[in-house]
Write a protein that binds this ligand. Structure first.
Ligand SMILES: Cc1cc2nc3c(=O)[nH]c(=O)nc-3n(C[C@H](O)[C@H](O)[C@H](O)COP(=O)(O)OP(=O)(O)OC[C@H]3O[C@@H](n4cnc5c(N)ncnc54)[C@H](O)[C@@H]3O)c2cc1C
Ligand SMILES: *[C@@H]1O[C@H](CO)[C@@H](O)[C@H](O)[C@H]1NC(C)=O
Ligand SMILES: *[C@@H]1O[C@H](CO)[C@@H](O)[C@H](O)[C@H]1NC(C)=O
Length: 433
């Protein structure tokens, strides 16, 4: 049986995780990334819930522990800087998810750890500065059918399986769904932006969040701290700000900085210091700003034939706290379902790929999307605007903290009870190619 030939588009979290699992069944893998280098940027990620046993199953616990960010907890403060509630870091076993998880890691560190898993495998080819132009595929009833891919440089190649791990704005998803399908990104009405600033003595190592009162748009400003020299500033908005919309659409960094600075001007607490740094400190050039969206795809559309969506391209929820966990778990379930079916269909990888992709959606969709759809709760709980609304939020948070309750990282019991499936095909002894 020829090895399964796979193209993975996107070298973030879920792409390299899938490359690892499929390399364990000896697949011939090409992993492509649009950026010129490993895109090891981004701020803090949390490994939560089943993301924790997942990371251990991948054999990377020691590597992850070596670069953990030790955040002692999360606090809410008012616009004069006074602490209103404090939540210590959570243990992952707990059903009460906290904003600070036991495994906080910088995105770049995790991306690098995942890359290293397959960096030296002959059967995995890593290509940077590479994307695809288009693809077609043979009919689903062709037993040995292929996906015919054209790369951006005009090169053509056939694959048994193509996986879109190219993030929330996935272009591959658009190609797969077709030109007439609606854009599945549902706007939650706001933005999150983050950037680094030089630290000052007194910057807290707790995750610190400050709700700013205002009448037009709801604003939160926060900080997290993973190293001595820098403080990472987060700006979260809810509501419409035309200048910010336009700046985001333009993709112009200077315009984005200006729009955010205008929104937080005179906001209280350390706002003035942070917007000064945002506009003038070189450290803040790492500004990353993205709208809050959920990718809401109709049931049965996570794959089409031999093309499958994975990670944020399939089930993104911006800043929902589970993105990297679900990126890694989704990769495992997809690989496991296909690996289980392959030996049963020795003459046709097509059947295993298509059915495996369907099984992956059936099994994982209820988990990956269980927090979706809560836009009203999101709005009223997370983003109070009035002084009174903020006062209520602080009062609730204080009560919750004193009762040691979680703080609204929705965590239903269906999700909490779910266990990672076992896939013996992925656990076999490995060749060293
Ligand atoms: C630069 C960046 C910073 C982030 N920072 C944070 C953060 O601080 N905190 C947080 O919680 N989450 C952050 N995220 C989101 C988080 O990484 C994801 O929610 C989660 O890890 C799921 O990952 P993913 O691999 O599915 O998608 P992503 O992590 O978005 O990775 C997608 C990858 O595909 C590449 N790509 C996109 N389009 C193409 C294409 N057409 N062809 C080839 N490659 C393509 C992208 O360059 C990227 O490397 C960030 C994402 C990115 C891209
Ligand atoms: C993977 O497939 C490519 C293209 O078909 C082929 O050139 C290469 O030798 C294969 N690699 C391995 C390790 O089988
Ligand atoms: C990326 O690829 C394009 C062609 O596809 C080429 O023109 C460009 O020089 C490449 N950039 C880097 C940094 O390799």
């Amino acid at each position: 049986m020829a090895p399964l030939k796979v193209l993975i588009i996107g070298g973030g979290i879920s792409g390299p995780a899938l490359a690892y699992w499929l390399s364990r069944i000896g697949a011939n893998i090409t992993l492509i990334e649009r950026a010129a280098n490993i895109r090891a940027s981004g701020q803090q990620l949390d490994l939560r819930a089943q993301g924790v046993p997942m990371m251990k199953k991948m054999g990377i616990e020691a590597a992850v522990r070596a670069v953990l960010v030790h955040e002692p907890g999360t606090q809410l403060i008012d616009s004069k800087g006074r602490v209103k509630a404090f939540f210590p870091a959570a243990q992952h076993q707990s059903e009460k998810q906290s904003l600070t998880s036991e495994f906080e890691i910088m995105r770049g560190d995790l991306v690098s750890i995942l890359y290293k898993l397959t960096e030296n495998r002959k059967i995995v080819k890593h290509l940077f500065n590479t994307t695809i132009e288009s693809f077609t595929q043979d009919s689903e009833s062709t037993p040995n059918g292929k996906v015919h891919v054209t790369f951006q440089d005009g090169r053509k190649e056939d694959f048994d399986l193509v996986v879109a791990a190219d993030g929330t704005g996935s272009k591959t998803r658009k190609m797969m769904l077709g030109p007439d399908a609606p854009d599945p990104r549902y706007s939650l009405g706001g933005y999150i932006g983050y950037f680094s600033v030089p630290s000052k003595p007194g910057d807290s190592d707790r995750g610190t969040w400050c709700h700013l009162p205002g009448d037009k748009i709801a604003r939160i400003i926060g900080t997290r701290k993973d190293c001595a020299e820098l403080t990472r500033v987060y700006m979260l908005t809810h509501g419409t700000d035309v200048a910010l919309d336009e700046a985001w659409k333009s993709g112009d960094l200077a315009k984005l900085k200006k729009a955010l600075a205008n929104l937080y001007k005179d906001g209280g607490w350390e706002c003035d210091r942070f917007i000064e740094a945002l506009q003038h400190a070189p450290e803040a050039d790492d500004l990353y700003c993205t709208p809050f969206v959920e990718v809401r795809l109709p049931k049965g559309t996570w794959s089409k034939g031999r093309v499958v969506l994975l990670g944020d391209s399939a089930y993104s929820q911006t800043a929902g706290g589970f993105g990297c966990s679900w990126g890694m778990v989704g990769a495992y379930v997809l690989a496991g379902e296909i690996a289980t079916l392959l030996p049963k269909n020795p003459s046709s990888p097509t059947a295993a790929v298509m059915q495996g992709a369907k099984n992956y959606e059936d099994i994982f969709r209820p988990i990956a999307t269980s927090n979706h759809g809560g836009s009203e709760r999101f709005e009223s709980l997370m983003f109070p605007k009035s002084n009174f609304g903020i006062w209520i939020l602080h009062a609730f948070a204080r009560l919750a903290a004193s009762l040691k309750l979680g703080q609204g990282m929705a965590w239903d019991s269906k999700m909490a009870k779910w266990q990672l499936p076992e896939y013996p095909e992925l656990e076999r002894e490995q060749s060293k190619d």
